[in-house]
Design a protein around this ligand. Structure first.
Ligand code: ADP
Ligand code: MG
Length: 685
């Protein structure tokens, strides 16, 4: 089974090289190279039932074929099957082809359905002309489509798979028999066979993702993923850490200086952190809490505990704006207690950075706030004991590890606390963060009035603008968030600038400010500062203000073209208001017509303010990759498992992971290697 692919018929050095590009070197690798989808050429679908985006087989009679010029020359062929009509569109065609598609010809096509308001069509379908006297049989099984690479065609992969499947008997089933029978799972070799070459009876179950073979492989894949994270966690726990036993005196002083009491949830999470800090191995804890639940204070509490114990703290934020804001908060909280707060950012002048780095290296700063600049090689700490990463979804695992290396081996590895901005559904958190312990701040500070969310078409802009006028007159503040589909930051900023001048014109008595990603860090900070101190009443911004910005006096947010943003991002944005005691509202403006999913998203937001609930809906609408944002997608890309479809299996997978760790430790690394490509295995510490 671990034989190299070159032992298969027809695999020479060139093909082996191509297979290598897909991380396939052994026969086992090949067998675990699973189809990413299937084409169903086993049945002919009625045209009337077709849905856009699917690849389908259809049959019909040509009604009309013509060559037209619509921007470019093309051939259109209209066909009908009695239930409906469909257009075939060809950009490349010859005279003979045109002739063959003459009226009355029977044709069978396979291709992707595209649907517009006016018609259903296929572009360049594969097709065969049918002859009533010579019936062309349909395929009896689904056609597997594999992740492929240049120089390696689907046909070739399918043929090689056929060869590999002959050696299936040599493959070792790593799931203990009693686990398999408990869940009624087929043997591994049967599952693989069915996935690669489903037989006719299995077609539907395979397409629906309900086939026991798929379930079994998905289970095994998620198990492997789980085990690799657990193993990583064990490795971290085995590292020498720093057992801190602070008494909590400065923390008490901070609490006494606050105008409010910590919520029960904040207190509980701080207690959990305190317990971790006292252990001789490094903490690795994730704190989840909805927007506005007060994560920053929990971070401050953790920092004070570490500082009291005699260590330095590094606090990392994902954006300059947020780093600046944290710097201000932590200075205000820590400096009166006699602790020094430093900062490191990519935008600092060389001299200032040198000074700041030196203060960190000499242990003169108790806490250093920064952005990615904290990762850089020349940055070192005298006695780093705790790393806090705010708004984790922007940082990958590698970055977390790089930061851990800032510790000093002699004194032990620093503790790590990660705070997420966007709540993640429990099932997903269990899967993606199995290398960490996990706390939830499940309570908002008291006295918040819920945010009223309305969904309004762009055409009602004028009403909204007069609403802004009266909100500003009452002394409250307003955000206006501009979005654009274009990736280009330049265009986004331009759009925001235009909106700013439009609003200035229409609201002459209101002080309007603008913040966008192309401004210098200093400009941004100045504007944010002016907004914070209420010199500016209406802040026009691109989505740079998404994360963490805290201005409690802001009570109205307008989000333009809200239909373009994902749920998590909208929830995050909306969390910028509703931070004070005044009743707040959020206006989601959209450009009609709304697509079905966009409507679902906006409705979800209007109906719920609970980030966890929203995240669950987001997961269902969009799938896990997107819930995490692009950065995390790589880490959660499964070959066959689907976190939405398979989430019910997760508790059993946890149990099975425990079982293997306890009773079958020898199978673990084999299982991980089988499923997780080397490049994806989390870096060993
Ligand atoms: P997030 O969890 O989104 O990071 P923040 O830490 O920015 O939230 O806190 C949001 C706001 O709530 C801040 O203005 C903060 O000072 C305030 N806050 C935090 N904890 C409490 C509390 N226990 N009672 C009242 N207000 C609080
Ligand atoms: Mg925050």
């Amino acid at each position: 089974m671990l034989d190299t692919v070159t032992s298969l018929k027809g695999v020479g050095p060139k093909m082996a090289e191509n297979l290598e590009k897909l991380n396939i070197s052994s026969i086992q690798d090949l067998l675990f190279h699973l189809p990413s989808q299937y084409q169903d050429r086993t049945r002919v679908q009625p045209i009337a039932t077709l849905q856009g985006g699917h690849n389908v087989l259809i049959e019909g009679v040509v009604e009309h074929t013509e060559v037209v010029f619509r921007g470019r020359r093309m051939m259109l062929s209209r066909i009908s099957d009695g239930t409906g009509k469909l257009t075939l569109r060809f950009f490349y065609f010859g005279a003979a082809q045109q002739k063959s598609l003459s009226e009355g010809t029977k044709i069978r096509c396979f291709g992707e359905i595209r649907q517009s308001m006016y018609q259903t069509e296929m572009i360049h379908p594969e097709y065969t002309l049918l002859d009533n006297d010579f019936p062309a049989p349909l395929a009896s099984t689904l056609t597997a489509i594999y992740p492929a690479t240049k120089g390696l065609q689907q046909r070739t992969i399918r043929r090689l798979m056929g060869e590999a499947l002959k050696k299936l008997s040599g493959i070792e089933d790593l799931l203990p028999g009693h686990v398999r029978s408990k869940h009624n799972m087929p043997a591994l070799s049967d599952a693989l066979k069915d996935i690669h070459q489903p037989d006719a009876q299995s077609n539907q179950a395979v397409l629906d993702g309900e086939h026991p073979g798929i379930k079994r492989l998905a289970f095994e894949e998620m198990l492997a993923h789980q085990l690799s994270l657990r193993q990583f966690r064990l490795q971290v726990h085995a590292l020498p850490g720093i057992a801190m036993k602070p008494q909590g005196i400065p923390l008490k002083a901070l609490q006494a200086s606050l105008p409010f009491a910590l919520t029960k949830a904040q207190q509980r999470v701080i207690k959990e952190i305190k317990h971790d800090l006292a252990q001789p191995s490094p903490m690795s804890r994730l704190v989840q809490g909805d927007v506005g639940s007060g994560k920053t204070l929990v971070a401050a509490a953790a920092a004070l505990l570490a500082i009291e114990a005699g260590y330095q703290v590094a606090l990392m934020a994902p954006t300059e704006i947020l780093a600046e804001q944290h710097l201000k908060s932590f200075e205000a909280w820590l400096e009166p207690l006699g602790f020094k707060v430093g900062s490191l950012s990519g935008k600092q002048k060389a001299k200032e950075r040198r000074d700041q780095s030196e203060r960190a290296a000499l242990g003169m700063s108790h806490l250093v706030v920064g952005t990615h600049a904290l990762f850089q090689n020349h940055v070192s700490f005298a006695k780093l004991g705790l790393i806090i990463i705010d708004e984790q979804h922007r940082f990958g695992v590698e970055q977390r590890l790089a930061l851990r290396d800032k510790g000093n081996e002699q004194i032990g590895y620093p503790h790590q606390l990660v705070m997420t901005a966007t709540p993640i559904p429990r099932t997903l958190a269990m899967t993606a963060y199995a290398d960490m312990d996990y706390s939830i701040i499940d309570e908002l500070p008291p006295g918040r009035t819920p945010i009223k969310t309305v969904v309004i078409a762009n055409s009602r802009r004028d009403e909204i603008i007069s609403r802004i006028q009266s909100v500003c007159e009452s002394g409250a503040q307003v955000y206006w968030v501009c979005t654009l589909i274009e990736e280009s930051e330049a265009l986004q900023c331009e759009n925001a600038e235009e909106t700013e001048s439009m609003l200035k014109e229409q609201l002459p008595s209101v002080r309007v400010g603008l913040v966008h990603g192309r401004m210098s860090a200093q400009e941004k900070q100045e504007i944010m500062q002016q907004f914070k101190s209420a010199e500016i009443s209406l802040l026009v911004a691109t989505t740079v203000i998404e994360v963490g910005v805290d201005v409690p006096n802001a009570s109205l947010m307008i989000i333009e073209n809200a239909e373009r943003l994902g749920l998590a991002q909208l929830h995050q944005l909306r969390g910028r208001v509703g931070r004070g005691s005044a009743a707040s509202s959020c206006v989601l403006m959209y450009q009609p017509p709304l697509s079905k999913t966009a409507r679902k998203r906006l409705d979800a937001l209007r109906n719920s303010s609970d980030g966890f609930e929203i995240a669950q809906i987001d997961l269902e609408i969009r799938g896990p990759g997107e819930v995490f944002g692009t950065r995390q997608t790589g880490e959660l890309q499964f070959r066959i498992a689907d976190l939405v479809r398979d989430q019910a299996m997760l508790p059993e997978i946890q149990k099975t992971a425990d079982l293997l760790l306890a009773e079958y430790p020898e199978t673990i690394s084999v299982l991980i290697k089988r499923w997780i490509r080397q490049s994806e295995v989390f870096i060993k510490v």
